[in-house]
Write a protein that binds this ligand. Structure first.
Ligand code: NDP
Length: 332
């Protein structure tokens, strides 16, 4: 597919113009633009500019509040809630992370529940933000029912991503961030757009038959990664990001969503643990002995390494030209 090279500054200007002209106030615009830029900078292509038309669709339908002002509260010393005020998640996360980090650094472990927010992005920004504060981070969100549990052929689960970050003082944190679906829906949509076939095992068509056609999987359902094991993790995500924080399961989100092309309302579960308080002195050096052995194995690369390498580049980023035209048309 043809691409157009854009500098990160050009991507920033474009995203800012789109969000401002579609009703976002300055704080929400800044938080959203940062999310888009960070995704493009790191090469998280399914969660940068690619998501902008969906963000705009939900602003235009009135589903999402572009002027949301999320409120952070302490339920207990170790439980923090952020009322997202019906806005997109990035501003709620930005406001909540300092309180979560402070609580975990004091108590040793803390949980943050983001409620009444619309998450449409990657999760690594929130877990990395915790690791940068020398905390272990874990985050997960539900979505809408687009995936069948292993063994079935009925949509019930979201693509239910989970991210974990481990702090490595003086080094990039160890971070993984992955859908519990065999493939993130955004990537299936990109494959459909680009006319590519999927690997076997990504999804089923609407009648429950295996298919490698992304358009049929979009009409049908995704499969969890790793069979029943990935399915169990996806179920855990439903329980943590919905039941544990009194927010919507994926199936409930589908019932209340406008299907406007943007994200459904949901919650985010974020856990932070202080290794300083849990393991005590020397935890980082101890962990490094493990990383040394891990990285010494031929063929192994750490999750997050690709993104961290991309981050160092100041070169323009190739943007799908058709996507660029669609995003530009959203201004005004
Ligand atoms: P990938 O399968 O591309 O990558 C998953 C993880 O595995 C990443 O941490 C990646 O690191 C790592 N990885 C990839 N290849 C290798 C390798 N060869 N060796 C070691 N590690 C590797 O991600 P997904 O497609 O599953 O998910 C993409 C994104 O979609 C995630 O950011 C997720 O949060 C987001 N998402 C968001 C949703 C929402 O509702 N908000 C819903 C579903 C997904 P690296 O990045 O360095 O390649």
């Amino acid at each position: 597919m043809p691409t157009t090279d854009l500098s990160l500054e050009q991507i920033e200007q474009l995203a800012t113009a789109v969000f401002v002209s579609n009703g976002c106030d300055e704080r929400n615009t800044q938080a959203l633009v940062k999310t888009v830029i960070n995704a493009e900078r790191d090469g998280s292509h399914s969660h940068g500019l690619f998501r902008v038309p969906g963000y705009v669709a939900s602003l235009r339908s009135g589903k999402v509040n572009g002027k949301a002002s999320p409120v952070v509260k302490h339920k207990t010393a170790a439980i923090i809630t952020v009322d997202g005020d019906g806005g997109f998640a990035p501003l709620a996360i930005e406001r909540g992370i300092p309180a979560l980090a402070e609580a975990a650094s004091t108590v040793g472990v803390a949980v943050m529940a983001i409620e009444r927010a619309y998450h449409f992005a990657a999760l690594w920004p929130e877990t990395e933000a915790l690791a940068e504060r020398n905390l272990i981070g874990l985050a997960c969100v539900c979505y809408k029912p687009v995936m069948t549990p292993a063994g079935g052929n009925k949509r019930l689960l979201g693509t239910n991503p989970i991210s974990f970050a481990w702090p490595r003082p003086g080094n990039n944190p160890f971070v993984y961030d992955m859908a519990t679906a065999a493939m993130a829906l955004g990537d299936v949509e990109i494959a459909a757009r680009d006319g590519k076939q999927l690997a076997p095992g990504v999804g089923l068509d609407a009648s429950g038959q295996a298919t490698t056609d992304p358009a049929e999987v979009i009409k049908g359902m995704l499969l969890p990664f790793g069979g029943y094991k990935g399915s169990a993790i996806a179920i855990m995500v439903e329980l943590l990001a919905a039941a544990a924080i009194n927010e919507q399961f994926s199936f409930e989100a589908a019932d209340t969503d406008l299907d406007d092309g943007g994200p459904a309302r949901g919650g985010e579960f974020i856990l932070a643990i202080s290794p300083d308080l849990l393991a005590g002195d020397g935890w980082a050096e101890h962990a490094e002995t493990f990383f040394e052995r891990l990285e010494a194995i031929d063929g192994v690369r750490l999750p997050g390494e690709r993104r961290h390498k991309n981050r160092l580049s100041t070169a323009p980023r190739p943007v799908n030209s058709e996507l660029l035209a669609r995003v530009e048309a959203l201004i005004g």
